[in-house]
Design a protein around this ligand. Structure first.
Ligand SMILES: Cc1ncc(COP(=O)(O)O)c(C=O)c1O
Length: 397
């Protein structure tokens, strides 16, 4: 049977990671892989997570199955994290969350539910977007339609082109938006742009599907949730996938959630039951460990304060690496302006280098960057920033 299968090409990032591992140069730098690294180049377990794990060792009395919707306390606390404790949507009865295996699992469950509600619905996706959005969401049956998002020359959101395209979206289609810390560009919607897209959604009747994978890594936990909270206030329907991979450093624990806002409480109950039926068909129940840790941290004053302090450290370290890199390479022979790196948010930005320059960085200097020139700013630290800056300036000569 398997003889009919064709080999599948390796994900370019995995290929880059493998080449990086084999590189024996001590000065090598990996700016490709999308995980946070501290100033010593490690991706550590957060201290607040370690403390919650110690508590969980004592508290946990069973490894029996949990419900298909996951841990109810986790779901409640994630809602409060997303919307803020006092948001009116939380008491409306029009909102339901179920735990999902990471942001990826959440995105897929959401997509499957939408396909059940409206088979063949179209999903409008900004260009560029996180490459995995396409197979993850398209694989559930969405027909993908692209809208312009980022201008590679100006390093800004292409506002006019984006709004023109969104004005064409028919009623009932879905529009994918990044909640914050846009991957791969780092160019986030301003509050005003969020408001304008909400106006259009109301006018046209399209429904935003918001992917929030980096809450707290941009400007702060509340600031990064502006779009989600405002749209929940104003729109009758909304779907939100969220992830605890980055802001809790729980990548491998697969901790996420999918949230549906519906027109009526009756619809919310039906949608939640449909989401559980989707989950049952794919994986039955989400993994428990990460969600129990998140629930413990968010439910305990001291643990939460410690976690927020650690998250602030993550955010400010990334911001300071952005500023240092942009300032260091601003004076270059090619006259390229890198100030966008300073202004953008989260872990990623495009450097804007061409293939020959990226190849030279890899071959001559051991600096690994994906072909789109997206860099993970969290791969920069006080030990490698000067070497990195000098190498970039060299390839721009
Ligand atoms: C934009 C975006 N959405 C979703 C995810 C999925 O995260 P998770 O690891 O929780 O599945 C990522 C991970 O890189 C991402 O960048």
């Amino acid at each position: 049977m398997f003889e009919s299968l064709k080999p599948v090409g390796m994900d370019p990032i995995l290929g880059l990671m493998a080449a990086f591992r084999e590189d024996i140069r001590a000065t090598k730098i990996d700016l490709g892989v999308g995980v946070y690294q501290d100033d010593r180049g490690r991706t550590p377990v957060m201290a607040s997570v370690k403390e919650a794990e110690a508590q969980l060792m004592e508290l946990e009395t069973t490894k029996s199955y949990q419900g298909i919707a996951g841990d109810p306390e986790y779901n409640q606390r994630i809602l409060q994290l997303l919307f803020g404790a006092g948001h009116s949507i939380l008491d409306s009865g029009r909102i339901k969350t179920i735990q999902a295996p990471g942001g990826s699992g959440a995105l897929r469950v959401g997509a499957e539910v939408i396909q059940r509600a409206r088979p063949g619905a179209k999903l409008w996706v900004g260009v560029p977007t996180w490459p995995n959005h396409i197979p993850l969401l398209g694989g559930a049956g969405f027909e993908i339609v692209e809208y312009p998002y980022y201008n590679l020359n100006s390093h800004q959101i292409d506002t006019d082109a984006m709004m023109d395209a969104l004005r064409q979206v028919p009623a009932g289609d879905m529009v994918l938006l990044h909640g914050c810390c846009h991957n791969p560009t780092g160019a986030d919607l301003s509050n005003q742009q969020w408001d304008q897209i909400a106006d259009l959604a109301l006018e046209r009747g399209f429904i935003p599907y918001i992917d929030t994978a980096y809450q707290g890594l941009g400007d702060g936990l509340d600031e990064d949730a502006y779009g989600v909270r405002m749209m929940a206030d104003r729109l009758p329907e909304l779907v939100i996938a969220s992830s605890c991979s980055k802001n809790f450093g729980l990548y491998r624990e697969r901790t996420g959630s999918i949230t549906f806002i519906t027109e009526t409480p009756e619809q919310a109950d039906i949608v939640a039951a449909q989401a559980m039926s989707v989950a049952r068909q794919i994986y039955s129940m989400p993994p428990a460990h990460g969600a129990l840790l998140v629930s413990l941290i968010l439910g305990d004053k001291q643990l939460r304060a410690n976690w927020e302090a650690e998250l602030t450290e993550v955010r400010t370290r990334i911001q300071s690496m952005r500023s240092l890199l942009a300032d260091n390479i601003q004076q270059n022979a090619a006259g390229i302006d890198f100030s966008h790196i300073k202004q953008q948010k989260g872990m990623f930005s495009f450097l804007g280098l061409n293939t020959a320059q990226l190849d030279q960085l890899r071959d001559e200097f051991g600096i690994y960057i994906v072909s789109s020139s997206r860099v993970n700013l969290a791969g920069i630290n006080s030990s490698n920033i000067d070497y990195l800056s000098d190498s970039i300036i060299s390839v721009l000569k």
